[in-house]
Design a protein around this ligand. Sequence first.
Ligand code: LLP
Length: 429
Amino acid sequence: MHGFSYKNGSLHCDDVDLAPLAAEHGTPLYVYSATTILDHYRRLDAALAGVDHEVAYAVKANSNLSVLRLLANEGAGFDIVSGGELFRVIKAGGDPAHCTFAGVGKTREEIVYALEQGIYSFNVESEEELRYLNEVAGELGMIAPAAVRVNPNVDAKTHKYISTGKSENKFGVDFEDIAGLYERAAKELPNIKLRGLQMHIGSQLTSIAPFLEAVNKVAPLARQFKEVYGIEFWSIGGGIGIIYQNSLASGGVDWWESQQPEERPLTISRYGSEMVRLLKDLGLKILLEPGRLIVGNAGVLITRCLYEKKGRAKTFKIVDAGMNDLIRPALYEGHHEIVPLKQARSDARVTMDVVGPICESGDFFCQNRELPDFQPGDSVALMSAGAYGFAMASNYNSRPLPAEILVEGDVATVIRKRQKLEDLIEGEL
Ligand code: LLP
């Protein structure tokens, strides 16, 4: 489900017409639907009702304070990967006691900050890090709660840059070595409390199979660690994929049901029922770390066409957003549906490249795609841009960051102002 649909030929986010919104606030412009974010969170939470669980939203997907506040008010936990993300969660009213801290390269400053704030668990990625955490905690006279990330060596069958659960990836401790590490930690590291076990095999998984494989493989370890070390939680990570293709139509249950069963993408209820079936007898608290699932389809990036350039080989539509605003197509060959804010009156379609103004050939949003023709002055929405969109935006080419808007019903609120030129040199001497 998502809150974007055409009403009277105009693309709306919930009850807000996007064309006048873009005219008022300028482009490029990120717009998020609060209803959609909450719907996804609640549906995942409900799908796991059969086990003791907590949804720890992966902040990296979209870390705007207002998005975090929405989820904090729902009682979500947070999965963070930096001191900066912890700072944001606290500013948004989130509870550090419901934060897990992931990542292969935590610094001393980050560890100290997280210990002082009393986070729920450090999700540790190597023996070296666990020993360092023990040392820093000892210096502060504290006990650090920790879980080690196990790398189950499972193929997530996703883009190679977002696959994390194979031995050749830098993440976690090899499956074969994890039991020995818990044993050494229990004996040798007095300032560590082994509180859980963690894994995360990759992102944008659209089939249940890799999740089942990983959970089945690691469950005996989780059971053993509960008995031997008294761990209380198992985080099974995030990674549930969303629909990027045909994303406007696929918002509805009707669309989903019209697909052949074997082609239906993974749904929240399928994921939930399979996980509950496998995990309910373990007696552990199950943590989930979804990012994309919660916010991905809840956001769009609106951009305006500046020029049409008809080359000998191709037609280029040059828009005012660039890879600095949304890097997914350039970095992961990510597909984002492109739809006009005003539905075209004719059925004419044109094969085009939609490209940005950045001085790189990788700066495109689509290549050789057949789309309804649009012209300079028209605005289009890049769909499913709520996750890893603004969060990965940069000032490359000295372009000010776009504004962000949160829609709640018929109310649109600016939740981040567009940067001004002055902001670009802030802090430079
Ligand atoms: N937990 C851990 C330890 C992670 O590394 C990640 C994502 C998540 C949870 C959340 O995964 P999600 O549920 O969002 O799939 N920028 C890329 C995705 C990078 C994902 C990094 N880790 C993209 O735009 O596709």
